[in-house]
Design a protein. Sequence first.
Length: 368
Amino acid sequence: MIKKERVERLAQFLREKGIDAFYIGPSADLEYISGLDTHPDERVRGLMVSKEARCFAMTPLLYEEEIVKAFGEVPFYAKWDDHEGFTGAFRRGCEYLGIVGGKIAFNDGVRAVDMLAVRDAMPMEMINGVDLLAGQRSHKDAEELDLMRKAADIADGVTAKLQKFIRPGMKERDVAKKIVEFFEEGGSSKLSFEPIVASGPNGSMPHYSGGERVIGDNDIVILDIGGRYGGYCSDMTRTFFTGTPTEEMKKIYEIVKKSQAAGEAAVKPGATGQDVDRAARQVIVDAGYGKYFFNRVGHGIGIADHESPYMIEGNDVPLEPGNVFSVEPGIYIPGKFGVRIENIVAVRRDGTGEALNHFTREITICGE
């Protein structure tokens, strides 16, 4: 159902920004407002919210039953059939809201070709609305936080199972397949993202997407995993060993562990994303590995696995209670190996940060 309180807050923001309406295509924004988890395709559908908090829903007849079931009592449904195209229905909806010729924002769930078709069909001022809901979505309420704690708890359980499951001789993709199974067993509705299983030298690529390497004896394996619960994502990373790590591996692991702890310790209301990034990064720089840590320290998470706020140099916006994000420093040595440790952290009203993940950050050997 359409979440009326979220629509009201969005409408107030539109009034403050001088925007007449916001069109929300299939996206995390749409799921946040309506609960509908759907993906964009060539059939235009979504929800228009006006600055008066009035709405119309766009729906092709092919999706009508699904959208009406998801949205509920929307005052006006702009329906269209394949043979007629969507622009006429879009205009009818805008006429219903009285926003023809107005300033209309579009989010990132709308294809550029569809925006161009709308532009040619009716007068309006089109603006980029990609961040219009970012601030609202970044402040999780108590119910959202409970869902994210459960999602993180499931991820912790999956990680514990993986620690016992992984053995030398397995391919990375064999582990990735098991991750899907473990999340389903734990109660996740689906994965937050495709898992990363990066062993040996593949671990030096932070977003490695392969899977054919065979995990060896005394190997190192980065596991970056996440699943959804109640519509909210988890995301965690641990680095495991299949035997005794080398002295270099142990040294770098301990640096990353210290860096991750420093990043978490910097989390509090009033600190900035830049502060968290600097706290974690300085540990790695001081240890002489700064050039091997080349990405931001963290990203917000919620209905989407990447959203505001971001823990990055240049982000000087103060953190507030309800912000939830990752703290995930790493060291990546090309051609050798990588180490990353990641927890999701929530900003609490009591002035501290709450780590939602609880699986150990100590050196962990698979099978033990």
